[in-house]
Design a protein around this ligand. Structure first.
Ligand code: HEM
Length: 541
């Protein structure tokens, strides 16, 4: 009897499951533009087919861009990655991105972050990067004073000292004419700087021999996130996950030792306390309880990651774009000479910046600012992924006035596409044009809505370190731009005419033999680590 009942129920169960799957695949998000989906695979197969159309290691943003092109570039695109991941909604319109990042009655600190558990071995479980609600508010309030504009210039000596070590490395490369990827050198430089800013510790990342243990372990750990399976669940990549766990544990132990030692120093100091991330973490604590030790260690790891990763990538693209754009290189050099003097000697520039005029001098370089802004527009190294819990009824409105419910999806504000929207940036959207950011209130830049440039994201969860990054990048450019010429080798190498001269294209940039593309390494990085040759600039020789 029972067997008969079960047999009778089977078709009903089958019909129920089919209807459920059909609804999820073809009905639930049908209002959002998307490529054809399949009942079994959703968009997994078609996504894979698009990946295969180009270099497999190109960043998913490039693959999404090609998919969007097929759909006629709508402001939203639905990509159903179930069962491998949650379904995703890609946002390419700045107006919709703004609806996600701004506070609302439904989400007072903006739409919650997507799950970052896969990064727990790097940033810990209580990180400011992944925290939500009151825990996040408490952390942000605690660290904000460390990033107040008046305070940031106190870091100038540390930035300058560490940049001089970087210059030593570049001098060696220039003397030997060796090629090297710039990114690892810039990673070491920015890691050294954030070590001082966050913890008041010299991490010795730039030592050629006997590099600091922490950066060695950090690099090894980050290299466990290099492929497209970076955020798969642990049971899909158990060996990688075990390696991440072991390295993460060793890093955590070192950081905890630093926290213990610094806590003792902190208690002994009676005068003005520093505003490093570490000192701010100790404020109002009576003892170094296991909980304080745990959260402090997590925040330090988070700042070490966020404070070096995107800044170094941005600098590598600045070197590249300046190399390709002779008018921009000339304008930046003229500006630096005017503000800091014609001597490319780094010690002279250092003294000029240190004699109390740092802020003034840096602010006198609007073209350099425009170069940085344009580099971040063309090559945004990060983005934000959010998620709206099931049943929360998060609805966004598209420019055509239609509403879409995004519950249960990962919402990805895709800066690389928002920043190249021709509706905002016109027919030069794909060209490097720092000039677009210069000029008075009637100029083109004033017509770009603030929300259409968002490399640091916007709203309450925007980047706490953005002003610091800006100062750091400006100082580093000031120290190296007169001294060296950077020459790309391999991908992105300049094309030459019969006389061996580079050729200008219509956008007034030098033509390249092949384009260098970005890849995914937690954030977005140039695929070859920005391989370059460094030469002393003519003015230096
Ligand atoms: C060019 C350099 C940088 C870029 C493009 C950048 C970009 C971003 C972006 C897009 C976010 C939002 C991430 C998300 O929503 O998941 C973010 C958050 C954050 N960034 Fe940056 N960042 C840069 C430099 C820095 C630096 C130098 C620091 C530290 C000194 C820093 C610390 C942080 C922190 C702690 C957060 C989390 C803020 C919060 O949720 O309250 N960043 N950054």
């Amino acid at each position: 009897m029972l067997v008969l009942l079960v047999l009778a129920a089977l078709p009903l169960i089958g019909i129920y499951l089919y209807n459920k799957a059909y609804h999820k695949r073809f009905v639930q998000f049908a209002s959002i533009p998307q490529l054809p989906s399949s009942l079994v695979w959703g968009h997994l197969q078609i996504f894979d087919a698009y990946i295969k159309r180009g270099p497999r290691d190109r960043h998913p943003d490039l693959v999404f861009a090609e998919m969007l092109e097929t759909l006629g570039k709508p402001p939203l695109m639905f990509v159903d990655l179930r069962p491998v991941n949650r379904p995703m909604v890609l946002v390419t319109s700045h107006e919709i991105a703004e609806q996600i990042s701004k506070p609302s009655a439904l989400f007072p600190t903006s739409v919650p972050k997507a799950n970052l558990d896969y990064l727990n071995h790097v940033i810990g479980t209580t990180s400011i990067l992944s925290a939500e609600g009151d825990h996040w508010k408490h952390l942000r309030k605690r660290f904000n004073p460390g990033f107040a504009p008046q305070h940031l210039l106190t870091h100038l000596p540390a930035i300058l000292d560490k940049t001089l070590l970087f210059v030593d490395h570049l001098d060696k490369l220039a003397r030997t004419n060796a090629e090297a990827p710039m990114l690892p050198l810039l990673v070491n430089l920015t890691f050294d700087i954030i070590g001082v800013v966050a913890m008041g510790v010299d991490l010795e990342a730039q030592r050629t021999e006997g590099q600091g243990e922490l950066i060695k372990l950090f690099s090894q750990l980050l290299s466990c996130y290099l492929d497209d399976k970076a955020d798969y669940p642990w049971w899909v990549i158990p060996n990688v996950e075990l390696r991440r766990y072991r390295l993460g544990k060793r890093i955590d132990n070192i950081i905890r030792d630093i926290v213990r030692q610094k806590y003792q120093e902190y208690q002994r100091t009676t005068d003005d306390k520093s505003r490093s991330v570490l000192s701010l973490s100790f404020q109002d604590t009576n003892s170094l309880s296991p909980e304080v030790l745990h959260t402090t260690s997590d925040q330090l790891k988070s700042f070490l990651l966020a404070g070096h990763d995107t800044t170094s990538t941005t600098l590598s693209w600045v070197f590249y774009e300046l190399m390709r754009t002779p008018r921009a290189l000339k304008a930046v050099r003229d500006e630096v000479r005017k503000a800091l003097g014609p001597d490319p000697d780094v010690n002279v520039i250092r003294s000029r910046l240190l004699i109390g005029l740092g802020a003034d001098l840096l602010n006198k370089m609007p073209y350099m600012n425009a170069v940085i802004k344009e580099t971040l527009r063309m090559h945004p190294p990060a983005a934000t992924a959010r998620t709206s819990p099931f049943g929360s009824s998060l609805t966004v409105r598209t420019p055509d006035g239609r509403s879409h419910c995004l519950d249960g999806t990962i919402i990805y504000n895709c800066e690389s596409m928002i920043h190249r929207d021709p509706a905002i940036y016109g027919d030069t959207a794909d060209h490097f044009r720092p000039e677009r950011w210069l000029g008075d209130s009637h100029s083109a830049s004033s017509k770009v809505p603030a929300s259409a440039w968002r490399p640091f994201e916007r709203g309450p969860r925007n980047c706490i370190g953005q002003e610091f990054a800006n100062i750091e990048i400006r100082v580093i450019i000031s120290l190296v731009v007169l001294r060296y010429d950077f020459i790309k080798v391999g991908m992105g190498e300049l094309d030459k005419d019969d006389n061996g001269q580079p050729i200008l294209d219509d956008a007034e940039q030098f033509r390249v033999k092949s384009h260098i593309y970005p890849t995914r390494q937690i954030t977005i990085k140039p695929v070859d680590g920005m391989r370059m040759r460094v030469k002393f600039a003519a003015s230096k020789v």
